[in-house]
Design a protein around this ligand. Sequence first.
Ligand code: AMP
Length: 113
Amino acid sequence: MADTLFSKIINREIPANIVHEDDLCLAFRDINPQAPVHILVIPRKPLPRLADATSADRDLLGHLLLTANRIAVAEGIGDAYRLIVNNGADAGQSVFHLHVHILGGRSFTWPPG
Ligand code: AMP
């Protein structure tokens, strides 16, 4: 997989406002926040898209969701937040390193645009 912006953040080649780090994943504040809290959770493993994950990634994917919830609680938005995974350019994915958006701190509408 080609080096992406997010692998450069993992490797500390470019700066990020990191809020969580463990052996499987990293979380940092989105540079262009769409809500008062907007954090991205990314696996260290360079999976381009959710569609590229396999059953071998089951624990990793579960870890990303559980970590997202823990971060939401720590950020004070544990009662109301939205998680988003854009899979593919037509779904809005612009960085091809799997990431879970955590958005919170405001009301959201449905359906999303
Ligand atoms: P997506 O469009 O789902 O691929 O989301 C990519 C997200 O990465 C966008 O919300 C961008 O604002 C965010 N982003 C891009 N570059 C950076 C960066 N250097 N640091 C933090 N977030 C970034």
